[in-house]
Structure formats: structure tokens, C-alpha cells
Design a protein around this ligand. Sequence first.
Ligand code: UD1
Ligand code: UDP
Length: 361
Amino acid sequence: MRIVSIVGARPQFIKCALVSKELRKNNQEILVHTGQHYDYELSKVFFDQLGIPSPEYNLGVGSASHGEQTGMMLVEIEKVLLDEKPDFVLVYGDTNSTLAGALASVKLHIPIGHVEAGLRSFDRSMPEEINRVLTDHASDVLFVPTKTAEGNLKTEGICTNVFLVGDVMYDVLKQSILLAEKSLILETLAVQPKDYLLATIHRPSNTDSIDNLCSILKALSSAAKKVIFPVHPRTEHFIKKHGLERRIGRNIHMIKSAGYFDFLWLEKNAEKILTDSGGIQKESYLLKVPCITLRDNTEWVETVEDGWNILVGTNKGEILDAIHHFNPVGAQRDLFGSGDASTKIVKILEDYGSDTITNHR
Ligand code: UD1
Ligand code: UDP
């Protein structure tokens, strides 16, 4: 088959790494990078570290408002699809690149596979939630990572061609952890294993609100622990624009967004992780590191149900309470499959073939 895979943002490069490798064994893959993320630390480093093939197309769309960014992607992706005439389009996750890929394909009647389908936070103020719902309803084959995701789709009437395959990020984590062990990031930052907190913040609800961001920064600054804080460019720009540097305590070590291996190693060795990222909540669970989620909801509800993730929002007191008292000990389940989701996805695509996919629309 000829398959166009569409990616554009940091977590999508990680998600596509092994699927792409597997796809290329028996099929022709055309990898399209929308250009949503373009800094070396948010894009090329993952291609280099994970051996992802260079994209056949880089659409160079860059940063803009939601409408402009998604619209520009839609125009450019449509051109690629008209030229390449693929049998199938694969999209990943829930970013604007995902939605643009799905919209361009569905309008051209090209079957779509959605990797990481069925996730719901039930919070429509998150741009990702809209992207998830619309992409799932435009897709023909839905690869769900968890039983909860499968149930969410069922509730919305999507029951055909839904495949519970596990989580592709787990595949990549499992394969990469040995390489991550070689990372010298702890030495470089002069921290000891289990003697620091790791924090990431990039959700608009946290970064685009001075109150919320300041509340999180105040909590981290008064944690009386060393905090390693790889800063997403969205957050870096907001901190600079509003002169929030002075709110950042000396215990907080801000670094650039880290490469994948360094970041995995920082996660594995952290005492606790504080984040609003989706992927990092999942990785914390897989690495058995307590996760304090700086949101009021999550699409990875199983991690909370199992007691390894706690939702604290942006309240300073709740964040500090979790930093000092959230100490999960319970057993964990195989929530995210067995690390072979990528192989399963490709096998399903090959077995079905584009013309035998039952169209559920
Ligand atoms: C996007 C996704 C989000 C995902 C995140 C992963 C959407 C709506 N959001 O959020 O779901 O969790 O990626 O990290 O698709 N910027 C740079 N350099 C870059 C990229 C971005 O400086 O290489 C800055 C720009 O100022 C830009 C801002 O970051 O305006 C936000 O980037 P954008 O891609 O719009 O959203 P993210 O917050 O990265
Ligand atoms: N990540 C990384 N370096 C960082 C922060 C995150 O390599 O400095 C990786 C992390 O290991 C995970 C993914 O990026 O695999 C999560 O992406 P992000 O938090 O940007 O997006 P989300 O998962 O919230 O969509």
C-alpha cells in the first residue's frame, strides 16, 4: 500500500517512530511533516535520536492562530494527497496537524487511520478535545490505546473498525530505555536520582493565564526541592512576555526542551513528575514515577484510578500537598498493552487493505 503519514508536533514524532519503521518493511510510506513544530529541540532531535526517516514533505506551516495554522495545513496537505494519491492516510494523536490531515483526507475520500483514537478529557475548552472528536468521526480505522478509549468511541456510536492495539508511545519507551540509560543529563545538571522533581507545562489553560502559571510557579518555587524544568517554547515566550522570571525560585533549574533520551532518563530518575502533558502522564505511569497532573481532568483516567496520578489543577496548596504527601505504592496494571502496538497497527492495515475497509460513515 501507499500510505501518507502526517505528523507535525513533538509527541507525534515519537508516536510515528516505530509505526513508520514497521510500515516501510512491506509498504511505501510518504511521511509528511506539517512544520507545526520546527525548533531543533521540538522536531529534528527526535528524527535523529529515533531514526525516523526524513519526511518526504515538510510543509513549513509554522506557528499561527488555530484557524490560520489548521487552514494552511489543510491547503498544503490536500496538494500532497492529490499528487501522491495514497491508499491510506495515517494521523496521530490530537494536534492541529492531526485534524488538518483528517479533514484533507476525508474530503478526498481517502481512508484514514487514527492512531491514539478514542481519548476524551470531556473538556471542550481544550483545543485537543475538539481535534480528537472530529478526527475520530472522520476516520475509517481507529487504533485505540486503552479499553476506556474503546468505550468512549462506543458511546459516540463508533463501533466498526475499532482496534484495541495498546499504546505506540509504550513501544518506543520500551525500546529506548536502554539507550536513555547512557544519558549524562543527571551529571550535567548535577542532580542525584530520586532527589529532584521534574516539571513540564505547556497547556494553554496554564501558559496563557498569568494567574494559573504564577500559581504553579509559586508552588514549585516553595517546594523546598530541586526542580528540573525543561521549558516548552510556548511557556518560555509567555514567561518572557510577562516578565515572570522574577517569580521563579532559585531551586528551579530551567533548561531547554530536552531530547527524548535525556528526557526519559530525567523522568525515570525523578522523585515525582509535575506536568500538564498527556504523554508524560502515561510515561510516568510506565516508569513507576508518581505523577502530579497540573490539570482538572485527564484523558488518561486509568493512571488516576490506579493511584499513580493525581489531578491537582493549578492551586498552590494542592500542588504543594501532592509534592509532599502523594506517595503511591499500589500495584500497576498493563494499561497500555505489551509494547507491540506498532506491529499490530501495520498488520491490521495490511490485512484489511484500503479497499476492504468497511466505511462506517
Ligand atoms: C501543540 C499541540 C498540543 C501538543 C503540543 C506538544 C495543538 C493545538 N496543540 O501545542 O496538543 O500537546 O503541541 O508539544 O496542536 N513554538 C516555537 N517553536 C516551535 C513550535 C512552537 O517557538 O518549534 C512556539 C510558538 O510561539 C507557538 C507556540 O510555541 O505559537 C505554540 O505552538 P503550537 O504548535 O501552536 O502549540 P503547542 O503549545 O506547541
Ligand atoms: N518530551 C521530550 N522532551 C521534553 C518534554 C517532553 O522528549 O523536554 C517527550 C516526552 O517524553 C513525551 C512527549 O515528549 O514522549 C510528550 O510531548 P508533549 O508533552 O509535548 O505533548 P502531549 O503529550 O501533551 O501532547
